[in-house]
Write a protein that binds this ligand. Structure first.
Ligand code: IPE
Ligand code: IPE
Ligand code: MG
Length: 241
């Protein structure tokens, strides 16, 4: 499928995912509490989501809370959930106005019931939007996602609904929470860490990886445009020549 040319003439990724890391270190460098970094992180989400739309990126997937992040102190988890509440409350009208469809991946039903209701409402009210898609990963873990898909397919096979031999990559893709989204083209992690931390392990099979030193609260449209330009210079071979 032909991809449109970006600002530097290279291809624009259709689907970009970001591991938004470094909020705590941003705050620490300023002798501020970690929550101050998370607050600035929400501002970065706003900026970067707008920039992604302007750059012509169809899908932006953001890692907001991992299934491992429950290991953090209770107070920090509570602060993060509070910010999520704030974000959903403030952003919904803009998402609707901008024609953005919201999707959530991860087991968000484990969050508090008021958040679940807010998320379901936001998903329902943006479901008809076709402009671009914002995917937020909440209580997300890729291994759990893959296991859930495997269990669902195994149950379908046991029930005689599908033949085990018929399970192929496409069927597995469909059983994942990212079903129907374009393939992941570019995966960015901020803050200098070079690991995937249980994010989109299946989907990243042929994604281009980009690790940048910028801390997430400092990431902006210019940084995203630079990442897209770098992507445009990469030669993707998918195992061919
Ligand atoms: C990313 O920033 C935000 C979440 C994981 C929710 P961190 O909170 O991980 O920031 P660092 O890694 O401690 O700097
Ligand atoms: C990954 O960041 C999760 C999110 C950005 C939501 P972490 O800061 O939790 O990852 P680790 O613990 O350094 O691997
Ligand atoms: Mg971190």
């Amino acid at each position: 499928m032909p991809v449109p040319a970006g600002p530097e003439g290279g291809a624009v990724p259709r689907h970009v995912a970001i591991i938004m890391d470094g909020n705590g270190r941003w705050a620490k460098a300023r002798r501020l509490p970690r929550i101050a970094g998370h607050k600035q992180g929400v501002e970065a989400v706003r900026r970067v989501a707008t920039a992604a739309r302007e750059l012509g990126i169809e899908v932006l997937t953001l890692y907001a809370f991992s299934s491992e992040n429950w290991r953090r102190p209770e107070e920090e988890v509570r602060d993060l959930m509070g910010l999520l509440r704030f974000f959903l409350k403030n952003e919904l009208k803009d998402l609707i106005a901008e024609g953005v469809r919201l999707r959530v991946i991860g087991d968000y039903h484990a969050l508090s019931s008021d958040l679940v209701a807010m998320i379901d409402d936001a998903i329902a009210r943006t479901a008809g939007n076709g402009g671009s898609t914002l995917v937020i990963a909440l209580n997300y873990g890729a291994q759990a996602e893959i296991l859930a898909a495997a269990r669902r397919l195994a149950a379908a096979a046991k029930a005689g609904e599908i033949e085990p031999d018929a399970i192929d990559e496409a069927m597995f893709d469909d059983a994942l929470t990212t079903h129907g989204l374009p393939p992941l083209d570019l995966l960015i992690r901020t803050s200098g860490e070079q690991r995937l931390s249980n994010f989109l392990l299946w989907q990243a099979a042929y994604a281009e990886l980009l690790f940048v030193d910028t801390l997430w609260p400092d990431f902006d449209g210019t940084a995203l445009a630079a990442a897209v330009a770098q992507f445009g210079q990469r030669q993707r071979r998918f195992g061919g020549l």
